[in-house]
Design a protein around this ligand. Structure first.
Ligand SMILES: Nc1ncnc2c1ncn2[C@@H]1O[C@H](COP(=O)(O)OP(=O)(O)OP(=O)(O)O)[C@@H](O)[C@H]1O
Ligand SMILES: [Mg+2]
Ligand SMILES: [Mg+2]
Length: 474
């Protein structure tokens, strides 16, 4: 039973001012309804003016996604009655969107490159935000905040080219990094990307899961739907009528939306207060930065690192730039330590890579490269360092941590005594080793590692322990 998925993605463009007025878009830390004017409140008689920057950002995305920009596009009114939009219509684009037909490359479930077709991209204003008050399921009253109303959104619609929830997640990751490389989007801001996910089992009707506001949420909602819809097919009750559902983030399930509230008649018509946009000529002037796919390929070529590492390192603009600043120490070692260790440690601490001074990290790499410390001690140094960065103090230098904690790699005779005491303390393990149980040696090495706090190289230690058992005949 093949799964078919198509996404509608609403991204907030990070312009300084709103789409049709000059209110500031920097509203997140401010009290409700403090970034509003007659235009974004939709007061009668107020006239919208198009934000040039928002159009330019839209065109940048269009160009990056290899889209066609028609000679003329047009704003339209989408009429509906709901308090998130006081003027009872949303200015959006309908049959004449800003851009059509593009592509974005991702990796499919087998790790092969695959192109996802983009249907269209259009500009529209974000509605206000409703906050429902009351206990549990009972909403007693709702508050509305118009600070968000009028923030420029770019809605990007894909063709139904995605084949699994994981592919959908990879698509969103690639889209997010592309938008961030373009400088038109800040994915760290809460609610800056919202997705409607369409999903069907081949041969049956689709379900649209509305307004999912996190990346993880999209994958979760789709995974839930795959199982639900497959079970329906098995029970002989497949989806035969198009349906809208909501994702319950907390419970990880989708629930049927009352169809009545979705049966809109939007009565679209061209927005009479705005002239059509004729901006296709502008596209040529736009100079794009290097985008994630190009950067990934360059990393493989220039630094000789694996495709997997290159993918991880270029998935986030800040990570890619960090890597390039420290790669000189040793490109492959740097790739391994950033992709396989640093990112996980940052994630665990909810830290951003921007909090790590590249010079400090380069120093750690040098200690590893010159064999001053073992990999294990390297991890310990990294953790100490990150904890000091996170505490808001000046980050501690790796060399200083090594010195303070005595983590420099031990050499030869330094732990003969430890090895001997461990052997004496575990006669059973020594016997087991003698009778050919390989695991016993690992156990003994582990004990020594513990005592030396990872300062010894495990393979070297294996030889030393084995040698010691053989010669001492304990
Ligand atoms: N058989 C299918 N299975 C899954 N997704 C599909 C299928 N056919 C189309 N889609 C996807 O559904 C989405 C259709 O979005 P579009 O905005 O064009 O229409 P809509 O959902 O009817 O309108 P609205 O904007 O009101 O949501 C696209 O992302 C498309 O890829
Ligand atoms: Mg749509
Ligand atoms: Mg839709």
């Amino acid at each position: 039973m093949n799964v078919i998925i198509g996404l509608e993605i609403h991204v907030q463009l990070n312009t300084a001012t709103k789409l049709f007025c000059r209110c500031s878009t920097d509203y997140r830390d401010d009290p409700p309804n403090t970034h509003c004017c007659p235009v974004c409140l939709g007061l009668p008689g107020a006239l919208p003016r198009v934000n040039r920057k928002a159009v330019e950002y839209g065109l940048r995305v269009a160009k990056a996604l290899e889209m066609e920009v028609p000679e003329e596009s047009e704003f339209a009114r989408k009429n509906y009655f709901y308090p998130d939009l006081p003027k009872a219509f949303q200015i959006t684009q309908y049959d004449k969107p800003l851009a059509v037909w593009g592509n974005l490359e991702i990796e499919d479930d087998e790790g092969h490159e695959k192109t996802v077709r983009i249907t269209r991209a259009h500009l529209e204003e974000d509605p206000g935000r409703l906050v429902h008050k009351g206990g549990g399921d009972r909403v007693r009253y709702s508050l509305v905040d118009y600070n968000r109303s009028g923030i420029p959104l770019l809605e990007i619609v894909t063709e139904p080219d995605l084949r699994s929830p994981q592919e959908a997640r990879r698509f969103l990751n690639r889209l997010r990094s592309t938008l961030e490389y373009l400088g038109v989007f800040d994915g760290d801001k809460e609610g800056s990307l919202r997705v409607d996910a369409n999903i069907s089992i081949e041969g049956y009707e689709r379900v649209e899961v509305k307004n999912i506001s996190s990346y993880k949420g999209v994958e979760k909602a789709l995974t839930f739907e795959v199982t639900r819809q497959r079970n329906l097919v098995r029970r002989g009750q497949p989806v035969t009528v198009r349906e809208t559902r909501h994702f319950q983030e907390g419970r990880g399930v989708t629930t049927a939306a009352r169809s009545k509230e979705e049966e809109h008649d939007y009565r679209y018509f061209p927005e009479p207060d705005l002239r059509p946009l004729a901006v296709s000529g502008w596209v040529e002037e736009i100079v794009l930065p290097e985008l994630p796919v190009a950067r990934k390929n360059r990393f493989v070529e220039q630094y000789g690192i694996s495709l997997n590492h290159a993918r991880t390192l270029t998935g986030d603009l800040e990570v890619a730039e960090f890597y390039e600043r420290i790669a000189a120490v040793d490109p492959v070692l740097a790739a391994t330590w950033v992709a396989d260790t640093l990112l996980g440690e940052l994630n665990y601490r909810s830290m951003r890579i921007a909090a790590v001074p590249p010079g400090h990290f380069a120093e750690l790499l040098t200690l590893l490269k010159e064999d001053t410390i073992t990999d294990k001690a390297g991890v310990e140094v990294l953790r100490e360092m990150l904890d000091s960065c996170a505490a808001g103090e000046a980050c501690e230098q790796p060399a200083a941590i090594v010195e303070r904690e005595g983590l420099a790699k031990a050499t030869g005779g330094e732990f003969d005594a430890i090895v001997r005491s461990v052997i004496e303390a575990h006669p059973q393990a020594v016997d087991d080793y003698r009778t050919g149980k390989k695991g016993a040696l690992n156990f003994l090495v582990g004990q020594v590692m513990k005592e030396t706090r990872g300062r010894a190289d495990p393979r070297e230690l294996g030889r030393i322990v084995a040698g010691c058992i053989d010669t001492t005949g304990v």
